[in-house]
Design a protein around this ligand. Structure first.
Ligand SMILES: Cc1ncc(COP(=O)(O)O)c(C=O)c1O
Length: 388
């Protein structure tokens, strides 16, 4: 029995091979390394140009995944060991982990409503702040305008984690657009998926730094061989993306508007089918959501479990997005600098995290799958909170 809605946004086996023109070019010329020889333009270069323009950023660089993208972004904007970085408490652990990995201290930003950031900690940060990182959740865009303005007042850079938010739009614009640095991921459950992969977009200067850190610190003259004698060479890592991945990303980037339209259509149909009595967690501009997921708030943690189990028994996938905030993982609790989190416990995020549920609405859904999902959701609506 297959699950109706696998967490799969791009499935090679379901795609028409003729439509994957960039992927076919890589297959045809056989070069898998980003520094391509001959006439074919590197697929890595293509996605960098294309997605920088899409995100309204000056430049972009492809990297191995979103997690290293966040880490390199932090280093590129000058975050140093011991610095405090404000980060959405309701986020994937990779965000706080990237901050900790550069030796900085993640400081939680609470939620305001389920899908917006409480800006209190930005208004009175209670200490120096080196950067702010906010996270777009499951295809829903956080309105970033006020956060941007507060970062400008504080004089600190803003990183937008758009790993789950590529193509999502709030009333303030596209996810990633207002950031100093936007990071996205091409891991399997993302709007554009190549198994693994990521991209960092921002100013030419920041992107150049990330590029070098991800390319063994080398200087490449005109995309040629690495030069470690150049005085701009640094100690770096190899965190590049392969051409196979980049080509798959480029094919999907070309089709992104179509993918978003299909996802949004399924989400609209699902909403119509469940009716207005079933409460849905919406962003500030639901029609701008990427349409990849529909979110619900369960009455309690046990209702969340029961809802997911009941839907699973009907072959419909529902999941708690993130069961807890990063602070509550043993990893962070054990390493908490004493007292740091105690005055800043993000109460709403801690209470809501185990109750926020998501049902993916991938482009591959059929009308009958949407109808079956709606039936399962309606039958189990008693597990959902009706007022927020
Ligand atoms: C919000 C968020 N941030 C960061 C990441 C990390 O991306 P990656 O898996 O490509 O390292 C992910 C996804 O996995 C994510 O969902």
């Amino acid at each position: 029995m297959t699950t109706i809605n696998p967490h799969q946004f791009f499935d090679l086996s379901r795609e028409d091979p003729d439509s994957l023109t960039h992927f076919r070019s890589v297959l045809n010329d056989g070069q898998l390394f980003r520094y391509v020889e001959g006439d074919r333009e590197s697929a890595n270069t293509l996605i960098e140009r294309h997605l920088a323009a899409y995100l309204h950023q000056e430049a972009a660089v492809a990297v191995a995944n979103g997690t290293v993208g966040l880490r390199l972004a932090l280093r590129a904007i000058g975050v140093e060991p011991g610095d405090r970085v404000l980060v959405s408490a309701y986020s994937f652990i990779a965000c706080a982990m990237a901050i900790a990995a550069v030796g900085a201290v993640p400081v939680p930003l609470d939620m305001d409503t389920a899908l917006t950031v409480d800006t209190a900690a930005l208004e009175s940060p209670g200490g120096p702040v080196a950067a702010v990182m906010i996270v777009h959740v499951q295809g829903h865009a956080v309105p970033v305008g006020r956060i941007r303005a507060l970062c400008d007042q504080l004089g600190v850079p803003l990183i937008e984690d758009a790993c789950q938010g590529l193509g999502a739009r709030s009333s303030d614009g596209l996810a990633g657009q207002l950031a100093d640095v936007a990071v996205t991921s091409f891991q399997q459950s993302k709007q554009i998926a190549s198994g693994e992969g990521g991209l960092v977009a921002g100013s030419a200067e920041v992107v150049e730094r990330v590029y070098r850190m991800a390319d063994l610190g080398a200087v490449r003259h005109g995309g040629g061989l690495p030069d470690w004698d150049d005085e701009r060479a640094i100690v770096g890592d190899n965190l590049r993306m392969t051409e196979m991945q980049a080509a798959l990303v480029m094919d999907q980037a070309d089709a992104l508007e179509d993918t978003l339209a299909r996802q949004r259509r399924h989400r609209v149909h699902l909403r119509e089918a469940i009716g207005s009595d079933v409460p849905v967690l919406d962003s500030d501009m639901p029609e701008g959501d990427a349409g990849s997921h529909i979110l619900f708030e369960a009455l309690s943690e046990s209702d969340a479990k029961d809802f997911c189990a009941a839907l699973a028994s009907r072959n419909v996938l529902a999941r708690t997005v993130w069961k807890k905030t990063y602070l509550d993982y043993g990893l962070f609790r054990r390493n908490e600098p004493s007292g740091l989190f105690s005055d800043a416990r993000p109460k709403k995020a801690i209470a809501l995290a185990p109750r926020i549920l998501s049902v993916p609405t991938s482009k591959y859904l059929t009308d009958s799958a949407v109808a079956a999902m709606a039936e399962a959701i309606v039958l189990n609506r008693h597990h959902l909170a009706s007022e927020r």
